[in-house]
Design a binder for this molecule. Sequence first.
Ligand code: DOR
Length: 417
Amino acid sequence: MLVVEGRAVRHGRIEPAAIGIEEGKIVAIRKQLRGDPVYRYADALILPGGVDVHVHLREPGLTHKDDFLSGTESAAIGGVTTVVDMPNTKPPVTDGAALREKIRLLSGSANIDFGLYGGPATAAGVPEMKRATAFKVYLAESGNAVPVGTDADLAGILRAVGESGSFLAAHCEDPERFAAGVAKSLSDHHRSRPPEAEVAAIERVARLRGNARVHIAHVTTAEGARSRPAGATCETTPHHLLLSTTSNLGTRGKVNPPLRPDATRDALWREVLEGGIDMFASDHAPHTLEEKSARFEDAPAGVPGVATTFPVLFRYVRRQILPLERFVSMFSENPAKLLRANKGEIAVGRDADLLVVDPRRIEKVTARRCRYKCEWTPFEGAEATFPTATFVRGELVAQEGELVTERIGRMITPTEA
Ligand code: DOR
């Protein structure tokens, strides 16, 4: 039996514990356990690894921005042990053949566990993509994603997803609420794709939902979170919580949905603290510096973030702004529940996906520290606490900012869930 010792975070409490692991699963949690090997982390904290349900690792077809090997290395270094990858690759994952090809291509190149979204254009795409972890629709153009068509198309997809037992993640912006004109700054970009567009699109999903499980991607406003239909989940991102239209980032802060003014961002934080948002997700969407050096209106939208969710948000836990229990539920537990994956909690029977952190350590974020292929981060220079070790199903994958075991990631399947 492999044993990991430290101060484990369970049910919002911190307790010295020895976590016994066999065949990738937690089999015992005691004060002391004998084992071989034993990883001793003394008074460092042990948390469940992060589950990030929203990443764009750009493979296939866009691997100059990122790829599975590199993106999952960044994830491991940031304490994320499962990611779910979006379908707007090249080609996009819109049918069974594209999904099968993507699974074939990625098998053996993930450093952590992963799921894949299918992006059906119509209801017929859903049963074709049985092996998809979940499904994704865009209600507006963004990146190279094609928006869903009519209400009938969306209702059909929702019905098919409901029958599949999986869930539909929705990028909610309503293009009918977009302002005309050219956006030349972060403030312009916010006004051109305003908060009303978010709320209107969420209301459209709510109206057509039927019995489907629905997840609202990257809400940027408290109103957005509150307008989701009963029983639906939602995520928000570290960049929408920590950056704003006043951040001096230019095109590097261009993202869809946009960064918001400080007051909107502060209200979003309050919503997190009051329990109105289910989970954090990075919406890791890297572009190269060259691509980002275009004029504002021509630059692609998206920021990298898979490595920084834990490091930048854990600072708020340390400063006692964000309660530890809420952080763990939003970073690990709730996204694992959404995926119906056997993850997200330090408990007997769960996958031994763990991160170890010394809360006293403070460093500055750099792109190098995050191992980003795109070589930049919007959080450059921010104070952060990176994990010191990351385990995936009991395997030590990353330690002290270095990948130590490669390519052990497996695809999580709906049947496992
Ligand atoms: O800013 C964004 N970038 N929003 C999206 O919806 C897509 C993403 C991308 O793929 O670059």
